[in-house]
Write a protein that binds this ligand. Structure first.
Ligand code: ADP
Ligand code: AMP
Length: 215
């Protein structure tokens, strides 16, 4: 299966992608994670993307679509892909069709996580991850079981994203409304969109995604 998780920043895409990876051995393809790795490694792509990401704007379609193509080529044909944070524009959606077709893959389902925008700032400003294994947490909604220790790997170091501040979040939401939400009708026309209440607790969201994928 190849699926897209779609929703504004903080909707829970990464959280649910991690669960699908753990449960079904699918692969999470997050362009945000790929870009952050490029920034850290100071590659040419990273150097170009950094300032754009810090402002909360979108990196060029060419850069992110190339990252996705390379990542798909590096994984086995039989492994299902979860697109997280991609596509984000109509041009990226068109590229994804081409990228999948060229590799004999089809897009099976688009999961739209519907959320209340007012809740997103709190979700994003409380978000942090384990610096060692990348597991995601939230100060209030999903803290580690033992404070200061990662549930998954036992690590003690955590990090926050530089763009997870209120001002940048507002720009990221505006980008979502202007450029990403308009691609949904394309997938609606194909009859492959499942809309899920992203305001429910994480276990309920995960269960709703499971039934959407089974149905
Ligand atoms: P996205 O990948 O869509 O930007 P994340 O999955 O990183 O969003 O979630 C943003 C923050 O909100 C994280 O700190 C996560 O722990 C928390 N979160 C995710 N899903 C829920 C939920 N259903 N209820 C409450 N908090 C959530
Ligand atoms: P994310 O981790 O998905 O929240 O993405 C973090 C930032 O990376 C975004 O605010 C954009 O600047 C950039 N980014 C990630 N994915 C894309 C994409 N598909 N298209 C353009 N920019 C992206």
């Amino acid at each position: 299966m190849n699926i897209i998780l779609l929703g504004p920043p903080g909707a829970g895409k990464g959280t649910q992608a991690q669960r699908l990876v753990d449960k079904h051995g699918m692969r999470q393809l997050s362009t945000g994670d790929m870009l952050r790795a490029a920034v850290k490694a100071q590659t040419p792509v990273g150097l170009e993307a950094k300032a754009v990401m810090d402002r909360g704007e979108l990196v060029s379609d060419e850069i992110v679509s190339a990252l996705i193509g390379d990542e798909l080529d590096a994984m086995g044909d039989q492994v299902g892909a979860i697109f997280d944070g991609y596509p984000r524009t109509a041009a990226q959606a068109a590229s994804l069709d081409d990228i999948l077709a060229a590799r004999g893959r089809t897009l099976d389902r688009v999961i739209e996580l519907e959320v209340d925008e007012d809740a997103l700032v709190e979700r994003i400003t409380g978000r942090f991850t384990c610096a060692n294994c990348g597991k995601g947490y939230h100060e209030t909604f999903d803290p580690p079981k033992v404070a200061g220790t990662c549930d998954k790997c036992g690590g003690h170091e955590f990090k926050r994203r530089p763009d997870d501040n209120e001002e940048t979040v507002r720009t990221r939401m505006a980008e979502y409304r202007a450029k990403t939400a308009p691609i949904l009708p394309l997938y609606d026309a194909r009859g492959i969109v499942s809309r899920i209440d992203g305001m429910a607790d994480m276990d309920h969201v995960a269960a709703a995604i499971e039934s959407a994928l089974a149905g």
